[in-house]
Design a protein around this ligand. Structure first.
Ligand code: NOJ
Length: 758
């Protein structure tokens, strides 16, 4: 087996370095971040990977997963790395483990044993490499910790490195290496940090010039200076920089030596000195590591469960909330699949990510939602992406769904907190003026009302949730039936909030009823709900159409919104036409590139891939929720279980599935592809937040409402009995569910513990 979960330690242990794709982890303290693979490849960045990227990572180039955070161990004529990669000479024993905010490698060769733990602690903005070394016999070895640096702005590097690289410098101040990104016209020079590299043991020599260290026609596989046995104290004032240290160590038989390496950022050379001496203080690394463990224990304790299904338990307690948190933090910015060059904070995606942060950290959830509300205009629409760190102009395209997600996120915050206080907070509009959160979200509703199409559904505008649908509305007349359902869902939420705010909730319910009527009269196709209407009035997602006859989202959301008079039948059609046993396809059948017309084609995706007929995991979560609302636990469990990453990976096969078995992917190629089962775009996907909601709030059924905790389980025998600990409004609830029966626990101020069995 390539891997096993060690849930006690909240780790996944990986026994083989050559996984089909790099299996990543994200290490972060909120300011300094590192993505690192099971083979030590990856990329570090300060705040933004777009403008403050620290090292090179060569996306989709071969060999894969280079470069990274390597320590060469030179033991006589032998050179190897605890990360296994990038040396040809491999350790004799090896395993990696990804844990909560850290990654560890345990390796041995020729009687030398190394444990290398990488993490980012909260006390300094630095990636810490903690190396513990032991030898069975007395030995002299040399360590060469190494990072290949690059231009901090990756896009500029691709375009302009021939000139701009001569504005970089890397040099030593005593035994600390420093990198300065001196490139002119960078967006925020005054906020650009210096990067440092230091050890807490004596350093014999160093290199800052990559070509000096690596040598001609070589790579990180066999650097020349490692082979030669020593660095050459090269500095770099223009060219291709790196950080390499030479550390000569004497190991006594059986004795453990500890070496710490710090790859960090600071604003000035003075500050670097302060940071490095702090890092070198006795106990600094242990304290940082202990704080990291405590922070994750505290985060995860907010929702823990015991279930008969071990895979579900692993995901609910550990990996799903962990992924959701990383996703909340990085939006869709940088991953093995996304180069982190253009996507800032997407309003649609981030608003959904907030939903899973709400039970864990209301402050972070509110801060993020305030950021998004700040992208809203006075007429209620909002920018599509913004770049709060980089300070670039936002992407101002108007989509039909973005602003409506803001209502949902605010509603979740209010229900978790049980007060209206948040709605009274003031947030500026993007185009000037300020209003309370409450006024903002009412504007969202107004905007959709002001933008209804000829048939009465919301205009599609520059697409709804489905990016691909921008093509049906280029003349601005296309309408989205799905957005009508999303609108319906949030109309119910805002109506409830309006009543609590002492305003007229009924007016929102009236709009809801009108939209509901439309959905059932105009969008019902006979066995499912149609998807949208093109500029010329054609209904997409209809049995009468030659392709893409049925779409998942209008079936699931007909139930979620409560609008679908035929919701049950619609979800039966999902089972019949879209379920593959390896997830539910987004559409069926996949489209050709000539549909609906050659000139106005909806997709360029190959059949079964990506947005065209793959299993779109994000959208699967809504089918699970819909089945729970329909009280069909067998179906809900099937849809949930088959997409658990370890289950889907085992079913598809490790080499076919390729992605990580511990985090969700965005999509899995569908049966119309020749690579059915290939998982794509793991880690940064809305699947994480919604899977978490699906299982905790709909299958386990533990949902906050205004008065307390509602328990409305929809579980099969595989999930019963379920024991849940949920922290809610300062009280720890111990909930044992033995059957699918509804219960309600009113919130009582001052109560600290509560136990209930259903
Ligand atoms: C991925 C995008 O990040 C998201 O915004 C979109 O909703 C889905 N693709 C579906 O198109």
């Amino acid at each position: 087996m390539t891997y096993q979960f060690n849930n006690q330690a909240r780790e996944i242990e990986i026994n083989k370095y050559s996984t089909p794709t790099p299996w990543m982890n994200y290490l972060s303290n909120g300011t300094f971040h590192t993505m690192i693979s099971q083979a030590g490849g990856g990329v570090a960045f300060y705040r933004s990977p777009q403008i403050w990227r620290i090292n090179h990572y060569r996306f989709f180039h071969l060999p894969t997963d280079r470069s990274g955070f390597y320590t060469y161990i030179k033991d006589g004529g032998d050179v190897w790395c605890p990360t296994n990669e990038p040396c040809k000479t491999k350790p004799e024993t090896w395993k990696a483990a990804h844990g909560m905010g850290y990654t560890r490698f345990e390796a041995g060769r020729n009687g030398v044993h190394a444990v290398a733990t990488y993490f980012v602690g909260k006390y300094e903005n630095a990636l810490i490499w903690n190396l513990k070394l032991k030898s069975e016999t007395d030995k002299k070895i040399t360590l060469f910790p190494y990072v290949e640096l690059g231009m901090m702005e990756f896009m500029r590097e691709l375009q302009w490195q021939c000139y701009n690289k001569h504005q970089l410098s890397a040099y030593a101040i005593d035994d600390v290496l420093v990198y300065r990104y001196g490139v002119e016209t960078q967006p925020k020079p005054e906020e650009t940090p210096l990067v440092y590299f230091a050890a807490d043991v004596p350093v014999t020599a160093f290199d800052c010039d990559r070509d000096e260290f690596v040598g001609a026609y070589r790579s990180e596989e066999n650097p020349q200076n490692v082979e030669a046995g020593g660095c050459t104290n090269s500095t770099l004032y223009g060219g291709d920089p790196c950080f390499a240290l030479q550390i000569d160590l004497e190991l006594k038989a059986g004795e453990e030596r500890e070496v710490n390496i710090f790859l960090g950022t600071a604003m000035t050379e003075e500050e670097i000195k302060r940071c490095v001496s702090h890092c070198r203080e006795k106990g600094f690394v242990e304290t940082s590591y202990a704080a990291l463990s405590a922070q994750w224990a505290d985060f995860l304790r907010k929702f823990q469960c015991e279930l008969p299904d071990a895979d579900v338990q692993t995901m609910v307690n550990i990996w799903n909330p962990y992924q959701a948190e990383r996703n909340f933090q990085f939006s869709r910015n940088i991953s093995y699949y996304a180069t982190g060059t253009f996507r800032g904070v997407g309003v649609r995606d981030t608003a959904q990510d907030i939903l899973a942060m709400v039970p864990f950290d209301l402050c972070r959830a509110k801060d993020k939602l305030n950021l998004l509300l700040g992208q809203q205009y006075r007429d209620g629409h909002c920018n599509h992406y913004c770049f709060p760190i980089e300070g670039w102009e936002p992407l101002a395209r108007i989509h039909s769904d973005n602003h409506l997600w803001l209502v949902m996120a605010a509603y979740h915050i209010v229900m978790e907190e049980g007060t209206l206080d948040y709605l009274e907070e003031a947030v500026d509009f993007y185009d000037g003026g300020s209003a309370t959160v409450w006024e903002h979200i009412k504007k969202s509703i107004d905007f959709t009302m002001a933008n209804l199409g000829e048939q009465g559904f919301p205009l599609m505008l520059a697409s709804d949730w489905n990016d691909m649908l921008y093509k049906v509305c280029r003349e601005g007349k296309g309408e989205s039936i799905w957005t009508s359902m999303q609108f319906g869902t949030v109309l119910h939420q805002i109506a409830e909030l309006a009543d609590r705010m002492g305003e007229n909730g009924q007016k929102y319910l009236d709009i809801y009823e009108a939209q509901k009527k439309l959905v059932n009269e105009k969008a019902w196709d006979g066995a499912w709900y149609r998807r949208c209407i093109t500029d010329d009035g054609t209904f997409i997602g209809s049995a009468a159409e030659p392709q893409a006859k049925i779409w998942l989202n209008t079936q699931s959301w007909s139930v979620i919104s409560g609008m679908g008079a035929y919701g049950k039948a619609a979800m039966d059609s999902v089972k019949q036409y879209l379920d593959t046993d390896l997830g539910i396809k987004k559409i069926h059948p996949s489209m050709m590139t000539d549909y609906p017309t050659k000139e106005g084609n909806l997709t360029c995706y190959n059949k079964g891939c990506g947005e065209n007929g793959s299993v779109f995991c994000h959208a699967n979560t809504w089918a699970i929720i819909a089945e729970c609302l329909l009280k069909r636990p067998e179906r809900a469990y099937k849809y949930y279980h088959q997409l658990l990453p370890m289950v889907a990976q085992a079913k598809a096969g490790e080499w076919r599935y390729k992605a990580e078995p511990y985090v969700y992917s965005s999509n899995i190629f569908g049966p119309e592809s020749d690579k059915f089962g290939l998982a794509n775009v793991s880690w940064l996907t809305g699947t994480a937040a919604w899977m978490y909601l699906a299982v905790t709030q709909y299958m386990l059924g533990i949902r906050p409402n205004w008065d307390g905790l509602e328990i409305d389980p929809c579980l099969t025998a595989q999930m019963l009995p379920a024991k849940v600990t949920r922290v809610f409004r300062g009280c720890t609830y111990h909930i044992t569910i033995t059957k699918n029966e509804r219960a309600f626990i009113p919130h009582e101020t001052g109560r600290e513990e509560f136990e209930i069995t259903i």
